[in-house]
Design a protein around this ligand. Structure first.
Ligand SMILES: [Zn+2]
Ligand SMILES: [Zn+2]
Length: 290
């Protein structure tokens, strides 16, 4: 099975803030910035409030970010692709609990993304408890220095959730607020029939996307036993699963462009991460082998 069988690759960011909440640039400035960097789609996801926008040259997904404070963690859920802007009543209802937020996003025909789980101190139980999550941020730009500590990378916690039976598709997002280096750093490549909102949401639902901060997967194929990847030149290709140790998980070298991994019977999920010379990664979503 080829994971990516559509003609078009679209680059997009699914998590961005503007002056509608606590971002430092106006929506118009943010749209112009991402458009100028070659993005095909963008979701503006201000805190607790959504605004529907159109742009002639870029697909805009109406979005919002709902946040919840729990005793030992926070939960931030981004909704993208809403069919319209949420009303103040819907926002109030959504903020009553994470599950209520997921229900409001679903009622508005949006897709829910768990934002920055490592930054939020989310555990696998939290991830398992959220019914209706379409994806989680494996990487979040602004959860890193100089804006935060070093909690941008959530791959460890998402692997634990996957090992416990809750594999979640992976996206990378900027969560840009400051616009002093936190924009246009982490994105997804989406394999779609065209750049319409409907096709973007269809590709999200079908899992035809991967997270990246630089390198690209050009092919991912799974035949039921072996996972094959092809990519732009990288220095490291790693196959992660729920087995702590397997031989042959890692390949290193200059200019690697292909690798294959034969799954063991004991493995319940499998994903590949590639890392280039500059240290930037791309992450495919975990395959559920159960
Ligand atoms: Zn957040
Ligand atoms: Zn945010």
């Amino acid at each position: 099975m080829e994971l990516f069988d559509k003609p078009l690759w679209l680059k997009g960011n699914l998590h961005t803030h503007t002056t509608v909440s606590d971002g430092r640039c106006t929506p118009e400035e943010v749209i112009a910035l991402y458009k100028g960097k070659g993005y095909d789609f963008l979701a503006i996801t201000d805190h607790r409030r959504s605004v529907a926008r159109e742009d002639p040259d870029m697909t805009l997904l109406t979005g919002v970010e709902y946040d919840y404070e729990l005793p030992s963690e926070v939960i931030h859920i981004v909704g993208v692709g809403l069919e319209r802007a949420s009303s103040p009543e819907e926002d109030r209802a959504a903020l009553s609990s994470p599950q209520a937020g997921l229900e409001v996003i679903a009622a508005l025909k949006g897709r829910a993304i768990l934002a920055h789980p490592a930054w939020s101190l989310n555990g696998p139980d939290t991830i398992a408890s959220l019914v209706g999550i379409a994806a989680a941020e494996v990487y979040n730009t602004v959860s890193n220095p100089p804006w935060n500590g070093e909690r941008g990378d959530s791959s460890g916690i998402l692997d634990v959730a996957a090992a416990r039976g809750f594999p979640v598709p992976l996206v990378a997002s900027d969560d840009a607020h400051h616009y002093d280096g936190d924009a246009c750093q982490s994105w997804i490549w989406l394999n779609a029939a065209d750049a319409s909102r409907e096709s973007i949401l269809e590709a999200l639902d079908a899992g035809r996307f991967y997270a990246s901060r630089g390198p690209r997967f050009t092919r991912i194929a799974w035949d039921g036993g072996t996972l094959r990847v092809e990519c732009t030149p990288v220095e490291r290709i790693v196959f992660y699963s729920d087995l702590p140790w397997v031989d042959g998980r890692v390949q290193t070298g200059a200019g690697l462009t292909t690798a294959a991994y034969r799954a063991r019977l004991e493995e319940h999920f499998l994903r590949c991460q590639i890392t280039d010379r500059a240290g930037n990664s791309a992450w495919m979503s975990p395959l559920d082998l159960r």
